[in-house]
Ligand binder design. Structure first.
Ligand SMILES: *[C@@H]1O[C@H](CO)[C@@H](O)[C@H](O)[C@H]1NC(C)=O
Ligand SMILES: *[C@@H]1O[C@H](CO)[C@@H](O)[C@H](O)[C@H]1NC(C)=O
Ligand SMILES: *[C@@H]1O[C@H](CO)[C@@H](O)[C@H](O)[C@H]1NC(C)=O
Ligand SMILES: *[C@@H]1O[C@H](CO)[C@@H](O)[C@H](O)[C@H]1NC(C)=O
Ligand SMILES: *[C@@H]1O[C@H](CO)[C@@H](O)[C@H](O)[C@H]1NC(C)=O
Ligand SMILES: *[C@@H]1O[C@H](CO)[C@@H](O)[C@H](O)[C@H]1NC(C)=O
Ligand SMILES: *[C@@H]1O[C@H](CO)[C@@H](O)[C@H](O)[C@H]1NC(C)=O
Ligand SMILES: *[C@@H]1O[C@H](CO)[C@@H](O)[C@H](O)[C@H]1NC(C)=O
Ligand SMILES: *[C@@H]1O[C@H](CO)[C@@H](O)[C@H](O)[C@H]1NC(C)=O
Length: 640
């Protein structure tokens, strides 16, 4: 440990303040671990003098050690939990809801000593959000040690609306999903996006991004592809570096949003394409012996200074590793991630590995895959023993206290993780300034510049797959009549375009589609698009009737790589988007102001479900005879 400033002076201030009534050492500068302040003796600050951990002139290591040795076991245990928080009415602190099994903010901050939370729900009103955040920090600062809150979030800058994976942009600037950034293959743009997202996050107090998601999408059926950067390890590796730089800055600091890169060691190779939130999707599988491929972007992220890492729920089948969920897996976390790959940052588990719960009315067993038989207590121990620092989506500090009190886990083991967690708060400058400027937040979030760049990127990320006779961009539209689907007709009416309700009366059809999926039941599960990548026979026939009646411009939102050879055959033009509003779509179709699609596919589009089923979950680009390939994407014909 090194000291900045004059350690003797600092220590004397500390000593005179806190040892005055107990123990005055005869030496003026104590070795670090010899301080014996009773943690309970410092509760009331009778003067405004600064404690060493509050003193910004000391080096961070010293502040961490000072704070650590003041903490009770209960206070330490609280740091190990990172769970959902939501805003109460009018920006008040949430008082909880017993029916919804939601504990109050007061319970979590005041009694459980928790200081890490992920913000749930859309940002409806920036001022309210910012005021709530300041209220939350005030409550945290009024605790015994005044450890500030670190607020995190799943992505909030695109279109995904799924309580488990991301929130629609609402007040934030709105961009395509990260797949759309990948389609543009432009690290500078990715960095720009990340810088803007950082500004908007920081404005309302979000200091930790529960992303980037750099799983390689070698299994096209997986329900979590939209928030990745696609199938190619090199492209993802290149872009993740820019992404981290944008959120964190050149050096992590008070200007940074820290990042949680996920999901180690790659969540892509899901058995049968199912997702491991659910009991039927526990397995990650490697029939192509391609485990290493999935590590490539993680290596790039680590080299680029990734601060935190989140392992996925899945358990690896048929590898050298134990067949238990990645966060329970010492071989994965300690040997591979920390040992071989040299990652020394924070490892935070994915949400809900210990406690059974209910999400959106749906029973969700703890995702303790491969160790379902263990008690909650033993699951917690196993996760710590694997080398994980923090439990996501859980609030069970009493388990940790019990593990230490019964000698299963040593306090030194906790301290290893707590040092990392506290250090991050110091690095982010949260102890110096935990509050946000509410007026500045209102000015910053969703400002016209940020929104304009988001809007432009939605348009540019469009990927043009077919364009028969260069029909796009549409010209001479004054006498055309449009049949439209998947877009509110008012958007066309606002452009003085004529609408008809039957394809046969139209000059042209504009059809906006969701990629195919098979609806799943349940309030939570329904948000995960899974199953077949083909439209069913009824839907194919319905669409075919349109395509045969009228030349059709088809726009498909690819949250997964759809198998749509029939559309490629019969549409006059086929566009893919990765999250784009109706106006973005129309601007692209009509080439408004020179708008044109510039994306290139970030994955292959398979020919059929049969081809997908015959391909290997862990191997990229291996479906038979794909309709379009990674990198496909036409441009509009140059005029004049
Ligand atoms: C501590 O600071 C506050 C506000 O800065 C001031 O009102 C108060 O008198 C100070 N207390 C002591 C004991 O110096
Ligand atoms: C929120 O504030 C509005 C306006 O001040 C007030 O009318 C309303 O009752 C408040 N709602 C709650 C739940 O406190
Ligand atoms: C509490 O949660 C239940 C179940 O989600 C919900 O029906 C109810 O409206 C909530 N109560 C309040 C006061 O929000
Ligand atoms: C609320 O806190 C209690 C007491 O720690 C705990 O048993 C319960 O699991 C918590 N509820 C949720 C939804 O985490
Ligand atoms: C990825 O990059 C490596 C090293 O630069 C190169 O050898 C390999 O061919 C690239 N792979 C692809 C698919 O571009
Ligand atoms: C996962 O793999 C195990 C071991 O091969 C197998 O027994 C199980 O049926 C597979 N599927 C699920 C959903 O666990
Ligand atoms: C961005 O697009 C949205 C939706 O079309 C629109 O309401 C907004 O005015 C646009 N903002 C800017 C600055 O371009
Ligand atoms: C539209 O139709 C009218 C009448 O049929 C015709 O005079 C006009 O030239 C047409 N305009 C275009 C742009 O084709
Ligand atoms: C076929 O797909 C359509 C559109 O996705 C859906 O509404 C319909 O229920 C499906 N039919 C069957 C038989 O699955």
């Amino acid at each position: 440990m090194s000291f900045s400033g004059n350690p003797r002076r600092k220590r004397n201030a500390f000593v005179s303040l806190f040892f005055a009534t107990s123990f005055i050492p005869s030496v003026s500068c104590l070795p670090d671990h010899s301080r014996t302040a009773s943690p309970h003796s410092i509760a009331k600050r009778s003067t405004n003098e600064t404690l060493p951990y509050q003193d910004a002139s000391l080096c961070i290591d010293e502040r961490v050690e000072d704070l650590l040795q003041r903490m009770t076991l209960e206070e330490k245990a609280g740091q190990l939990f990172h769970t959902q928080i939501q805003i109460g009415p009018n920006g008040t602190l949430d008082t909880g809801n017993v029916t919804a099994r939601r504990n109050s903010t007061e319970n979590m901050v005041g009694e459980k000593h928790m200081t890490h939370f992920n913000l749930l729900g859309d940002v409806e009103d920036v001022r309210t959000n910012a005021e709530w955040y300041n209220r939350l920090q005030e409550r945290a600062l009024s605790t015994r040690l005044g450890i500030p809150i670190t607020l995190s979030s799943d992505p909030r800058h695109a279109f995904t609306e799924n309580i488990g994976t991301g929130f629609a942009a609402n007040q934030f600037s709105q961009w395509p999903e990260s797949l759309g950034l990948a389609a543009l293959r432009d690290p500078e743009l990715v960095q720009k996006f990340a810088e803007i997202a950082r500004e908007e996050y920081m404005a309302i107090g979000i200091r930790s991004a529960l992303h980037p998601q750099i799983d390689l999408t070698t299994e096209p059926r997986w329900a979590r592809i939209a928030n990745t950067m696609g199938e190619d390890a090199n492209l993802t590796s290149q872009l993740v570096v820019a992404y981290l730089k944008g959120f964190q800055g050149e050096e992590i600091g008070a200007h940074s949003v820290t990042t949680v890169t996920k999901h180690f060691p790659g969540g892509g190779p899901m058995e049968n394409g199912e997702d491991s939130h659910f009991t039927y999707g526990k397995n990650a599988t490697y029939p192509g012996h391609n485990f290493e491929y999935h590590l490539i972007p993680f290596k790039a992220a680590i080299a680029a200074g990734a601060r935190q890492m989140m392992p996925y729920y899945s358990r690896p089948i048929g590898t050298e590793y134990d067949e238990v969920g990645f966060s329970f897996n010492k071989g994965i976390i300690t040997d591979l991630l920390r040992g071989e790959l040299g990652f020394d940052g924070i490892v935070c588990s994915d949400w809900g590995l210990i406690t059974d719960t209910v999400i959106r009315g749906q029973d969700m067993p703890a995702r303790a895959w491969g160790v379902e038989y263990l008690s909650e207590l033993k699951r917690a121990a196993r996760i710590l023993q694997a080398g994980v620092d923090q439990f996501g989506g859980e609030q069970r500090p009493e388990l940790i206290v019990e593990l230490v009190n019964t000698g299963v886990i040593t306090e030194e083991r906790l301290d290893t993780s707590i040092r990392r967690l506290l250090r991050e708060k110091f690095v982010l400058g949260l102890f110096e300034n935990p509050f946000v400027d509410v007026d500045a937040a209102v000015q910053t979030v969703g400002n016209p510049y940020f929104r304009r760049l988001g809007n432009e990127t939605q348009r540019k990320a469009y990927t043009l797959l077919t364009n028969n006779n260069d029909i796009l961009p549409l010209k001479n539209t004054a006498n055309m009549t449009f049949y439209v689907e998947g877009i509110d007709p008012s958007y066309l009416e606002a452009r003085d375009l004529h609408i008809t309700t039957t394809p046969s009366e139209a000059t042209l059809a504009l059809v906006r589609l969701q990629a195919p999926y098979e609806p799943r039941p349940g309030g939570f599960e329904a948000a995960y698009h899974a199953g077949s990548l083909e439209y069913n026979a009824t839907e194919k026939a319905r669409q075919a009737a349109i395509y045969s009646a009228v030349p059709s411009i088809v726009d498909i939102y690819l949250d997964r790589p759809a198998a749509i050879p029939e559309i490629a055959e019969s549409a006059a033009a086929l566009l893919a988007n990765f999250g784009a509003g109706p106006d973005a779509f129309l601007d692209v179709v009509f080439g408004v102001g020179g708008t044109e699609p510039m994306g290139k596919l970030p994955f292959d589009l398979p020919r059929s479900m049969e081809a997908v089923e015959a391909s290997l979950e862990d191997v990229p680009f291996d479906t038979l005879d794909p309709v379009f390939r990674f990198g496909n994407g036409l441009r509009y014909k140059e005029t004049c």
